[in-house]
Structure formats: C-alpha cells, structure tokens
Ligand binder design. Structure first.
Ligand code: 0X9
Ligand code: ZN
Length: 420
C-alpha cells in the first residue's frame, strides 16, 4: 500500500497549484494490486495459503478453506513470488482483478448529491445521518431517532426506531460493522426507506407488523476511513499494540470471544481486540441492545460478500435448537431473493458454509438472549468485484434483498415466531 504523504509536504510550497489534490493524495492506493481466486482443493494448498496469511503483500478478501475458493489480493512486489508458489504447487489462480485501484476508481462515480438521498451511489456518514434526520422530520409519528452507541473517535452510532404500533414484536437490523462492506449500509438504508414509503401490500403488512430498530453504520470511524483514506479498511480505528490499529468489530463481542477464527496479531484483519468489548462501538451497542433485548425477537446483520445467508453460531457447527426452522426460513428467503435477478445464495450454519468466526454480534445476541430469529446476510457478489461492488448494483442488490426479507418474515410468522 502506498500513501503519497510526501506529496503533501511538497505541496506546502506550491499550495495554490497542487493544494486541491492534497486530500486525495493522502489516500492509500492499490495500483497494480491483483485479486486472484484460488480453489483450495486439499490440505496442502490450505497450509500453503495459511503461510501467506498475515504476511505483508497478501490480503485475503475471502479466507481459505478446504473445498472452497479463497480470494487473495497480491501487491505488485509480491506478484512474482506468488506466481512462483502458484506454479510449483498447482494453485491455478484465476485472475479476478488486474488492477484493484481501477475498480476503486470506477466504483462510486462522483455526482452532485445536492437533492434527495438516493441509492445511485455510496454516501458518506454525514449524508446518511442527515437523511435519517429528514425521515424523523417527515414522519415524526412513526420514526424516532436513536443514538445506540458511539465510536472510539467520538462519532455517534445512529439509527431509528420505526414503529406503527407500540408493542409490536421488534426486529433489529445491523449494517456496516465492517467498514469496507459499503453495500451493507446502502442496502440497510434502502430497506428502511421501503418500510416507510413502499406501497407494495406485502411490504406494508411487514412494515406495520413489527417495530424496527435500524442502524445502518455500526462502525462509523472505519466507514469514514474507507472514504477518506483506505477503501479496504475493515476494522475499528483504535490504536491497539505494536503500532497496529483497530480490532475486528465482528470478533469482539462477549460470547465465545476468541474461540476460533481470530488472530492474536493486533495488525491482523481478524484481531478480536485485547478483551471482549474492548472496542467502544461493540461495548456501547451491546449496552443499547441489552436495554431493548426483551422487545426484539429477530436480529439480522448485513455484510458482504459471498451471497450467503448464515445461521449461528460461528464458533461451533453444533446446531442451535431451532436450526431446522431457521434453515427452512433461510431457504425460503434465498429462493425469493433469486426470483428477480437470478442471484443465488447458499444457506447454512456459519462453520459449515464459510469458516470458524467467533465473537460476532449475531452470536452474542443469540447466545445471550436466546433471540430465536438470527441471520447474517453476506450480500453480493461472489468475487467479481468483491467489496468494491459498483454503485449501479446497489438498487438491484437492495431490491432482491428486500424480496428475501419479506419472504423471511412471512415464513417466520407462519412458523409462529414473533407473535405479539
Ligand atoms: O468474517 C466475518 O465476520 C463475516 N464475513 S465477512 O467477509 N463479511 O467478514 C462472517 C460473519 C460470521 N458471523 C458471525 N460469526 N456471527
Ligand atoms: Zn463483514
């Protein structure tokens, strides 16, 4: 990763001429970085990929696991080494991106966003928060502002409670816990908008049957950082140890904390923090969730990418008591999702269908309160664009996800969950 900080110093002398480009020059760039998909067909290949993990110049967008594919980003400096390893060990990597920076540049075309909030581009935090304010102003009877928690750098973690009838069973929607997964806040805001404005009868019925607690950006420091500095940042922004910054906010919750799928190295993408709830974001949001836990029967988290609908837990493949119901609801939901654009999702237990990942928010909710309906979406795509999903896919992704959510809650109700 190269940051052109020296440019900034030079620009002090030529402030008028180059000053305007300064802000952009401080951005981490991914020129010549490549993204490869590799098929992990056996343990030898897995071991090999594990040796690359946490080493400079290799970044796993999707972690390796036997019988699955992994996506790995390679720096230009490590390319030759990687190709050599690949040749001698028959990795047969499939080139997905020739130049990651190009995908970043093309992802979110700059537009004049003066008018209404929209889903034609990815928005900064302040734009999202102003939109939440406007919803409260326009629909004061049904939309109440909620500050659920705060971040290390002092930002609020804001959301809304949408309620047409006090005492409805509650559904909690979490977005943006991983900073770089921009499609998550985009889809969560779309869902909120539909719940308020859609005139589709099934959506109206769903919207008015539940109380909705909706938080589009759980990790605001990280989210802002992906806009200002490093598009591929995942974690929080609190300095930890050894000059490293941030913990994985989806490994930091106090349920089976650091019980698999984490790394003790503070610079790792999956560093779980120094202790459970070491991060301001997870601690404060857990306190908020604790204050409303009796009202919620469903907790749905949105991540990207891989097109999966995940059922807890992430530390064990032992099934939760209502796994069969969740599996049935999940399949029904994934089936509805595929109808509009043919997008295929896989449904199952986290450990079974991706990898071990302990200390996640959904697992904490489920493990602490026994909340019966808990799902995590991994939204589009399957690696063509990965985290850098072009903005013109926001609306189709959001539409199909909304289809699946409607089906999810119809099926949930049929099975008797959430009856008020
Ligand atoms: O590793 C993760 O945290 C999630 N995948 S992602 O590529 N978006 O980072 C999987 C979430 C698993 N969820 C829980 N363990 N609750
Ligand atoms: Zn994620």
């Amino acid at each position: 990763m190269k940051s052109n900080c020296t440019m900034k110093v030079i620009s002090l002398y030529f402030l008028v001429i180059v000053g305007i480009t300064c802000a952009d020059d401080d951005k981490v760039r991914y020129d010549g970085y490549r993204l490869y998909k590799v098929h992990v067909t056996d343990d030898t290949k897995l071991e090999l990929l594990h040796t690359m993990r946490d080493s400079d110049g290799y970044a796993f967008w999707e972690r390796p696991r036997v019988n699955y594919t992994a996506d790995v980003m390679i720096s230009p400096e490590k390319l030759q080494e990687f190709m050599q390893i690949a040749n001698t060990s028959e990795l047969e990597p499939e080139l997905m991106m020739e130049n990651v920076q190009k995908y970043i540049d093309d992802e979110n075309p700059r537009r004049n966003v003066r008018g209404n909030f929209d889903w034609l581009g990815y928005h900064r935090l302040d734009v999202i928060y102003r939109w939440l304010d406007s919803l409260v102003t326009q629909h004061p009877e049904i939309v109440k502002p909620v500050t659920g928690g705060s971040s290390y750098q002092g930002r609020s973690i804001r959301g809304v409670k949408l309620s047409y009838k006090e005492g409805n069973p509650g559904v909690f929607i979490e977005g943006g816990i991983h900073a770089r997964e921009w499609i998550s806040p985009a889809v969560v805001t779309y869902i909120l908008n539909e719940l308020i404005l859609s005139d589709d009868s099934r959506i109206r019925y769903m919207a008015e049957s539940y109380d909705w607690y909706i938080f589009p950006v759980f990790n605001p420091d990280g989210y802002e950082y992906t806009h200002t500095t490093n598009r591929l940042w995942r974690k929080t922004r609190r300095p930890t140890r050894g000059g490293c910054i941030g913990a994985d906010p989806n490994r930091n919750w106090n349920f089976h904390w650091a019980d698999g799928g984490t790394s003790p190295f503070p610079c790792s993408e999956i560093y779980p923090g120094d202790k459970p709830f070491s991060e301001t974001e997870t601690r404060t949001m857990s306190e908020y969730i604790d204050s409303i836990h009796e009202k919620i029967f469903a907790y749905i988290a949105f991540h990207s990418y891989s097109q999966l609908l995940l059922i807890p837990y992430g530390h064990t493949n032992k099934r939760v008591y209502n796994y069969n119901d969740l599996f049935q609801i999940g399949n029904y939901s994934a089936n509805a999702l595929s109808k509009r654009y043919g997008t295929k999702y896989r449904v199952g237990n986290i450990v079974d269908i991706i990898y071990v990942a302990s200390g996640g928010s959904m697992d904490w909710v489920r493990g602490t309160y026994n909340t019966p309906i808990t799902f995590t979406y991994e939204l589009r795509d399957t690696g063509r664009n990965g985290f850098i999903l072009p903005a013109n896919q926001i609306i189709p992704t959001a539409e199909e996800t909304m289809d699946s959510l409607v089906a999810m809650f119809e099926q949930t109700a049929k099975l008797g969950y959430g009856a008020s």
